[in-house]
Design a protein around this ligand. Sequence first.
Ligand SMILES: Cc1ncc(COP(=O)(O)O)c(C=O)c1O
Length: 381
Amino acid sequence: MTDFDAVHERRGTGSSKWSKYPADILPMWVADMDFPAAPEIVDAIRNRLEHPMLGYGVARDELRARIVADMEAKYGWSITADDIVFLPGVEPGFNMALKAMLQPGDGLVVQTPVYRPILNAPGHWNLVRHDVALRPTDQGHVMEIAPLADAISRSKALLLCNPQNPTGKVYTRDELGQIAALCRDHDALIISDEIHCDLLFDGRRHVPIATLSDDAAGRTITLMAASKTYNIAGLKTAFAIIENKTIRERFTQSRLGMVDSVNILGLEATLAAYTHADAWKRSMLAYVQANRDYLSQEVASSFPAVRLIKAEATFLAWLDCREMALTPDPQTFFLEHGKVGFSAGSEFGAEYAGYIRVNFGCPRSLLSEGLDRMKRALHKK
Ligand SMILES: Cc1ncc(COP(=O)(O)O)c(C=O)c1O
């Protein structure tokens, strides 16, 4: 079983997370966890390499069948093997969806703050982005219906991120129902990035928006992957589930020679993750949830000026540092004075420069080191 407390040296392994900054900076930015992949996944890759032919890959029927069975078991969602389109990533997936289904000048709704490639995607296809802010409350981040309805009425699609990066929000069934109803009323496409769907805390259950009704199923492109949960994002494997055949065909055509077939080892890893690594996932989730709680307590006791709404999912925390008035912004401040590299709030929307995103998917000792570095930076102030 994986020892989640163990710290592994990742410098010199071609890790994006650990290459961005000089050696004296502790990186706590990109959504990549500092845990080794489940042994079951590593074994599956090793077994595949026993057959030393690594030509172009295609998803085996076994993988499609596994995903079909999982969707039924986890969400009561009955899909067919043909509804699944394999992709080298979720980000290419939502870009393909926008290219396939919208025309330049069309409106697209996103709920902010949100993962930067979601903010950037509409610009790639000359779409008009309509941002609707989530409102932070003591009960979590909530959706304001009136501005959302207004934005959807002016748009052809909504690009949902559920669970949400960076806030860790899990949309409730009610909220998803309201979104689906608005999209139905305005005949808008739903593109639903559900890459973090297996990372829910406190016994929460993920609800794919496509499962809400036949209408929702018919207008939704769902994007999922094993990559975040099992920490195998470097294997570049994801998939779309699209029940509407017309949409699926248009989506597939929008590969346009740019979005290629999927990494052969990534397909094996995804199958092993979903088939054999459930116990690993449960242990990892318990560990990461305890990290979330530890982080919340530490922030409350050591940084009372910081506002933190506990993440309901993901391994990401969204810290409102505005009250501390750190200059030029909290990300730069903690990088320069504390030698700890968080994600800058401005990446998630121009108005969030006073925030940072902290990745707590790491051994507890690294998380605690990150907090100590924050404290030291503030003492020097
Ligand atoms: C919400 C969300 N979508 C997509 C991605 C990227 O997915 P991929 O690497 O499969 O393109 C991430 C990575 O952090 C993410 O957080």
